[in-house]
Structure formats: C-alpha cells, structure tokens
Design a protein around this ligand. Structure first.
Ligand code: FAD
Length: 391
C-alpha cells in the first residue's frame, strides 16, 4: 500500500492517480528491501548490481514512457516520481535507468522509424537488451552540437563509423550503443544503433571515479565500424533531433536530483534523531534543525519545479529552456542540500555506511552530466535575451 513520503512536504504525490500510486509503492518496497542494503558495497567496489536489472524491468521502471510497452496510461509527473524514487535510494541506479530508458530507448522512440521502435523498444524495456548513448567525446563535451569528431560515411547500404566517445554510461555492459556521428557528406549529426559486438567497437571502463561509482562509464573507440542503413535512426537528421532526446532526459535528471537530495536529507533526519550530543539528540539543537529545514526548503521548491515541467511535457508545452532551467536550478539546490545533510551527520557523514556520503559524492556527477549548469544557463539565457552566448 502507498504511504506518502514525509519529505514530500507539500504532498505533490497527491497529484498521482491511484494506479500510479500503487505502481510507485511496489517500486519503493522493492528498492527499500532489495536494493538499499547492497548499494554502499557496490559503490565501494565500483560494480553495478546486474541482478537488479530484471526486477527493475518487471516493476515497469524501464517501460513506463513508451507506447509500445507502457503497462498503463500514465503521466510524465508519475514517470518523474519513478526517477525520484530510484535516486532516493541510489543515484547510480537512477542513472542506469535514465540511460537505458531515457537516453537509449528514448533515442529510438523519438528518432527511430516505426519498425525500429517495434524491434528495439520492447527488448530494451524488458532488460533483455541493455542500451547506452554515445554523444560526448574526448575532445567534445559541452560543444557536442557543433564539435563532434566521430564521422559516418555512407558506402552503398552501409555506414562506416570512425571516432571516439567518452563518459558513456552503461557502455561497459551494453548490448547496443546509440552512436551520434557527423555524416561526412552533409555535415549533419546522425544516430546509429551500434551492436557492441560489431568488429572495431571497443569499450573500456573509466576507473578511479569518485562519483556514481556503482554505475559504469566507458571510453569507446570506433575503428571502421560498419553498420547497415537499417540501423541508422531513420528520423535523426540533425543535432536538433539529438536535442529533442536530451530535452526530455534533462527534466528527468532534475527529478533524480530531487531524489538524491531527499535520500541525503532522510539519512540526516534519521541520524539527527538518534545521535546525542550535550545530553540530547542533535536534532534538538537549533542549528541542526536549521540545516534540516534548509534542505527541506530546497527539496520542496525543486519538487514544485519538476512537477510543473513534467506537466508541461504532458501538455506538449515543454521547451528546451524549460527543462534546462529546471536541470540547472535543481542540481544546484541538490549540491547545497547534500552538503548540509552531510554536515549534520558530522564525521560519520564521510563514511559510506551512513549513506549520506554516497549521495554527497554522487551529486557531483548529476550536476555535470546532461549539460553542465553553465550550458543549461546559456540555453535559458538565449531564450530570455534572444542572444546565443555559447561561442
Ligand atoms: P567541458 O565541456 O569540457 O566543460 C568544462 C567546463 O567548461 C564546464 O564547467 C562547462 O560548463 C564549462 N564550459 C564549456 N563551454 C562553456 C561556455 N561556452 N561558456 C561557459 N562555460 C563553458 N555523455 C554521453 O554522451 N553519454 C553518457 O551516458 C554520459 N554519461 C555521463 C556520466 C557521467 C558520470 C559524467 C561525468 C558524464 C557523462 N556524460 C555522458 C558526459 C557529460 O554529458 C559531459 O561530461 C558534459 O556534457 C560536460 O562535458 P565535459 O565533461 O566534456 O566538460
């Protein structure tokens, strides 16, 4: 049964339908029981808990968005709460799902043909196929709209891809990776569904990360990788189509940022109630209450923003600058929140076992991926002044 979260102070969850609440309660129960107890160890070892992929898919967490697989009619607000729920337990798990569902499946859903959608979306939603999304390169991060060096050359019914990608989430174990490359003929960015078993494709795990250690990122090299025309995303004709995928996933990252903030805040509240100093629980001291209330203020304001941006998506009103502002604002609030929560836990706040340390470290990656605060700020700046200030 569904129980409202105390950290959803203004009861935004009451916007959900009974069916949505039921699905969320099932997901929450499984996360608390089977995932929460194992995440610190996986973070420590730098390993993803592959055993969670199947239950994650069975609970619908990889399929709520797509017409091909959607178990029931649902809203973008509900899907946001799903991302929040995952991140509230672990930001790496939320990131895995965000890549699989939002970036990889999302690319095929938004830029694939009807046949490509029918072939791939059900297999990605069931977890049978693991997907990754390769846009960023060693020499091109924020400027990927113009700076991609990976090339695609058409040869008859095939395409030849050459280049390198960096930071690609899930790519150490993905079955397919969506590779974005510049067509040598027309200079436009196109997308390709690349099976990772294709000769010339290699992925190497990025080691020694200090954030999101449980989910992996890879450096990819593409040396004369040949894919048939049937694996080119048929409706990806320029970077605009790539940007359409990112517009939706950015809003979802904002939801994950709220979930990460809530995870840290809840760990701090629990600790403040049990840890005693000066003869009483630290939560009875005014300055600790101040830290907790500042966290709750950030969470509550950010929740209002993500709920609204998802409602706008449902109505077809969401523009790039809406999701950009939401991502930039909520990740900045998350960074403050996890730091205040960590502060409230004192020395134990830097030890994994008290949870808050993991949220604190993981927040850094969410702050920078899917567009840094600076890049999202420039998207909003362009919308309000009419002047593009990227270059
Ligand atoms: P850079 O672009 O080199 O930026 C460095 C700094 O300069 C930043 O602060 C940036 O904001 C600033 N800057 C750059 N240009 C400007 C400007 N014009 N004005 C002001 N400031 C500017 N990518 C994928 O394709 N797929 C993935 O699955 C994926 N997963 C990721 C997971 C993690 C954990 C991380 C860390 C990254 C991931 N990325 C992924 C890449 C991510 O999207 C990039 O890191 C991000 O876009 C920033 O690019 P960069 O790291 O190259 O930084």
């Amino acid at each position: 049964t569904f129980e409202p979260l105390a950290s959803d102070f203004f009861s935004y969850e009451s916007l959900l339908t009974d069916r949505e609440k039921e699905a969320l309660a099932a997901l929450r129960g499984w996360l608390e029981r089977d995932v929460k107890p194992i995440v610190n160890d996986h973070w420590d070892r730098g390993e993803f808990p592959m055993q969670i992929v199947k239950p994650l898919a069975e609970l619908g967490a990889l399929s709520y968005a797509w017409d091909e697989t959607k178990p029931f009619k649902n809203s973008a607000v509900f899907r946001g709460f799903v991302a929040l729920e995952l991140a509230r337990v672990d930001a790496s798990v939320a990131t895995f799902a965000g890549v699989q569902n939002g970036l990889a499946t999302g690319s095929i859903a938004i830029a694939g043909s009807t046949e490509q959608r029918a072939e791939w979306i059900p297999r990605l939603a069931s977890g049978e196929v693991i997907g990754a999304f390769g846009l960023t390169e060693p020499l091109s991060g924020s400027d990927s709209a113009r700076g991609l060096r990976t090339t695609a050359r058409r040869e008859g019914d095939e395409w030849v891809l050459n280049g390198a990608k960096r930071w690609i989430g899930n790519a150490t174990f993905s079955d397919i990776t969506i590779i974005w490359a510049k067509d040598e003929a027309d200079g436009q960015v196109k997308g390709f569904i690349v099976p990772t078993s294709t000769p010339g494709y290699t992925a190497t795990k990025i080691e020694r990360k200090i954030s999101l250690r449980a989910v992996q990122n890879a450096d990819i090299t593409l040396e004369h990788v040949v894919v048939p025309e049937s694996l080119r995303l048929q409706n990806a004709n320029s970077f605009r189509d790539t940007a359409a995928v990112l517009r939706q996933t950015r809003a979802e990252v904002a939801w994950s940022a709220v979930g990460t903030s809530i995870g840290a805040y809840e760990a701090a509240v629990a600790y403040a109630k049990r840890r005693e100093q000066f003869g009483k629980p630290i939560g009875a001291h005014q300055l600790i209450q101040d830290l907790l209330v500042k966290c709750l203020g950030n969470i509550t304001a950010s929740l209002g923003m993500v709920v609204r941006v998802s409602e706008m998506l449902d109505r077809g009103e969401q523009r790039d600058e809406h999701s950009a502002l939401t991502k930039a604002y909520t990740t900045a609030r998350m960074r403050e929140t996890v730091a205040w929560a960590r502060e409230a836990v004192g020395g134990n706040g830097i030890v994994l076992d008290y949870d808050v340390a993991r949220f604190f470290a993981d927040a850094e990656a969410l702050y920078s991926y899917e567009g840094t605060r600076e890049m999202n700020t420039l998207i909003v700046g362009r919308a309000i002044t009419g002047e593009a200030a990227f270059v």
